[in-house]
Design a protein around this ligand. Structure first.
Ligand SMILES: [Mg+2]
Length: 128
């Protein structure tokens, strides 16, 4: 029932690691969300620009071409209200301030558990 909130929401998954990307897609497919994928920071910016209806971006921090900080910062320039969630490694937790300064709304720590991811998404969507 809580999945109802995610149904038809447009979620952009930005992850350069193939197995992690497939894993996130597999979790989110069950929710009925419409999923988009990008494999580096530049592609994330391009998809955010060409798909104005995207509700949430799930952004890895360590990405090729442009990292998650730079991409979030750039996307924020033309999508003021989009929700951007950082996926961070434990080692990056010290960068919490940098995450928020870069325009992220929230973050989730890897390894990402299905329940935790869905709860996080529902949470940010309720908050708007
Ligand atoms: Mg990465």
């Amino acid at each position: 029932m809580e999945y109802e909130l995610l149904k038809d929401k447009k979620i952009l998954i930005v992850e350069d690691d193939l197995s992690s990307r497939l894993y996130l897609n597999k979790i989110l497919e069950k929710t009925g969300a419409l999923l988009f994928n990008a494999v580096d920071g530049q592609e994330a910016i391009d998809v955010a620009r060409s798909e104005p209806g995207i509700d949430v971006i799930l952004m890895d921090i360590q990405l090729p071409v442009i990292d998650g900080y730079g991409s979030a910062n750039k996307i924020r320039e033309f999508r003021k209200n989009i929700i951007i969630i950082a996926q961070t490694a434990y080692s990056l937790l010290g960068d919490r301030e940098k995450i928020f300064a870069s325009g992220f709304d929230d973050y989730i720590v890897k390894p990402i558990l299905p329940r935790q991811l869905i709860d996080k998404l529902i949470n940010v969507l309720i908050k708007g």
